[in-house]
Design a protein around this ligand. Structure first.
Ligand SMILES: [Zn+2]
Length: 247
C-alpha cells in the first residue's frame, strides 16, 4: 500500500475499518465514465481514467478524509455503438448498479458521496434521478448527502479561457489535451493528423496540465464544501434546458 492510499480497492478490510473508526474516509467519490470510441486517435478508456485521475488527485489533497470507490468503467453509450469496441449499459441497469454502489458505501458509514462523472452520456439519466436519490439517502439511517457532477462542469469557468473549442467536446481539444498531459501513451499522433476532425490538433500537453489542475482543485474545493455541510440541497426536477450544457 502506498503511503497515502486513497483507492478503496487497494485497502484491506482492516485498514478501511480502522480508518473509519478513526473518523477518516467519511466522504467517498465514485468515478463514472465509459469505454467508448474517442475518434481515431484517443484510447477508449479516456472518460473513466480521466474521472478516476481527478478523483484520486482530489482525494490525495484531502487525505485521509476522502476515499475513491471502485470506478464504474462502463457507461451509457448507445449513441457510440456504431463504432466497434464501444461498450454500453442500458440506463436502467447502469443506474441500478450505481445506486447499489452508493448504498454500499452509506451502509458502511460514509456520510457524503460525490459521483464524479467523465462521460456526457451518463448525465441525462443521472439528472433525471438524482433528486430521488437525495431524498432517499437524506431520509434513511444512516443518512448521507449524495451529489453528482461531471468534472468539467465543476471547473468550466477555469477551463474555458484555455480552450478554443467546446468544453469538454468529445475526444476533441479538451479531452486530447488532458490525455497528452496525463496519459500520453493513449494518443495516436499520426491518426490525429489524418482524421477528418481537426479539432484535437489544437490540444497541447501544457494546456492539459492547466485543465487537469483546474478539475482537481475545483473538485477538492467542492468536496471541502460538502464535508463542511454545504451542497446539501436536494435538486429540483431538472428540465433539459437547465442541465449544465456539454458544450
Ligand atoms: Zn470522452
Amino acid at each position: 500500500m502506498s503511503e497515502q492510499e486513497v483507492m478503496l480497492a487497494k485497502l484491506t478490510r482492516r485498514e478501511f475499518r480502522e480508518a473509519l473508526e478513526r473518523g477518516e474516509f467519511q466522504t467517498a467519490i465514485i468515478p463514472t465514465g465509459s469505454n467508448e470510441q474517442h475518434l481515431e486517435h484517443l484510447a477508449m478508456e479516456h472518460d473513466i481514467i480521466s474521472a478516476t485521475y481527478v478523483a484520486q488527485e482530489a482525494a490525495k489533497r484531502l487525505y485521509p478524509r476522502v476515499i475513491v470507490s471502485v470506478p464504474m468503467a462502463i457507461g451509457i453509450s448507445e449513441h457510440h455503438m456504431v463504432h466497434k469496441g464501444t461498450m454500453t449499459a442500458k440506463p436502467g441497469s447502469w443506474l441500478a448498479v450505481l445506486f447499489d454502489a452508493v448504498e454500499s458505501l452509506v451502509r458502511h458509514g460514509v456520510k457524503n458521496v460525490l459521483i464524479l462523472n467523465g462521460h456526457g452520456g451518463n448525465e441525462a439519466p443521472m439528472y433525471g434521478i438524482i433528486r430521488q436519490w437525495q431524498l432517499y439517502f437524506g431520509s434513511t439511517a444512516p443518512e448521507a448527502n449524495v451529489q453528482f457532477h461531471s468534472y468539467w462542469n465543476l471547473s468550466r469557468a477555469e477551463a474555458e479561457p484555455h480552450c478554443k473549442g467546446r468544453v469538454p467536446g468529445h475526444a476533441q481539444e479538451y479531452e486530447t489535451a488532458f490525455a497528452l498531459a496525463l496519459f500520453p501513451e493513449n494518443v495516436r499522433h499520426e491518426a490525429m493528423r489524418e482524421q477528418e476532425d481537426k479539432q484535437p490538433l489544437d490540444a497541447t500537453a501544457e494546456q492539459g496540465h492547466v485543465l487537469a489542475e483546474a478539475a482537481v482543485s475545483k473538485t477538492a474545493e467542492f468536496l471541502e464544501e460538502m464535508m463542511a455541510g454545504g451542497h446539501r440541497e436536494v435538486q429540483r426536477h431538472v428540465l433539459s434546458a437547465e442541465i449544465p450544457q456539454k458544450r
